[in-house]
Design a protein around this ligand. Structure first.
Ligand code: 13P
Length: 256
């Protein structure tokens, strides 16, 4: 099978203020090499999206939002809509486990957000993954299927290529306990077979699927080499210049 273009998304979470984000972006653009076979995306704080959109070299990097509200506008104090993000970001995370678990974001919310992103020409990155207890109880496959079916319920087979799926086991996020390549491969297989069930064989092969959870420069290549893994969703390591540029290089090597 020919190697596919890789997607590397750095999720900065609630780190770096606007000034720090701008400085880091400047350093990242100076340090990173551009590869045609790797798309690199950064996901800064919502506050920094506007200033960074003016600064960013779009040939090198794309912007993503960490979250948004699924309504396009209205009396919803404190929220930002996909309509407001339109033109500013290329991607937006949906259903990150920190949103699901800290803010009670439901499967219905993820479904609405996937729709909102698509109608505003933003690529949703639907994050799915099981908790430690669900893995221990051998419920991983059921959880992945439920989160996929629920999140993608209103997506058409024409649209599914515009959706990215990120497998992020909850217990592997920010813990240093990354999932074994074997477990990741099994989960990705479950995800692609569910996509086949929903959208057919061609879409199962073509949809972009990422792994995320305690990725480092040292571990990145092991995941990028797995069958069915099209890239990585990187948290902590994306805030370390050397680590992140090294992960980009690993993705280039894996795509060659
Ligand atoms: P870490 O890489 O810090 O585990 O975070 C992963 C993640 O949540 C990316 O969205």
């Amino acid at each position: 099978m020919a190697a596919q273009k890789k997607l590397i998304i750095g999720n900065w979470k609630m780190n770096l203020n606007v000034q720090e984000a701008s400085t880091y972006l400047h350093k990242l653009e100076a340090a990173m090499k551009v590869h045609r076979d790797v798309t690199v995306v950064i996901t800064p704080t919502m506050l920094a999206l506007q200033p960074l959109s003016l600064q960013i070299n779009r040939h090198k990097l794309k912007l993503a939002a960490q979250n948004f509200h699924w309504r396009d506008f209205g009396a919803i104090t404190g929220e930002v809509s996909a309509t407001q993000l339109r033109g500013l970001v290329t991607y937006a995370l949906v259903g990150h486990s920190e949103r699901r678990h800290m803010f009670g974001e439901s499967t219905k919310d993820t479904r609405e957000k996937v729709q909102a992103a698509l109608r505003n020409h933003i690529t949703p990155v639907l994050c799915i993954g099981e908790t430690k207890a669900e893995r221990t109880n051998e419920e991983t496959n059921d959880v992945l299927r439920d989160q996929l079916v629920g999140g993608l319920a209103n997506v058409t087979s024409e649209e599914v290529d515009q959706v990215v799926i990120a497998y992020e086991p909850v217990w592997a996020i920010g813990t240093g306990n990354n999932a074994s390549p074997h477990d990741v491969e099994a989960a990705i297989l479950t995800i692609r077979s569910q996509i086949r069930h929903l959208f057919g064989r061609d879409k199962a092969a073509s949809v972009t699927v990422l792994y995320g959870g305690s990725i480092t420069a040292d571990s990145a290549a092991d995941y990028l080499a797995l069958r069915g893994v099209d890239g990585l969703l990187v948290g902590g390591a994306s805030l370390k210049l050397h680590e992140f540029t090294s992960i980009i290089e690993k993705a280039h090597s894996a795509a060659e």
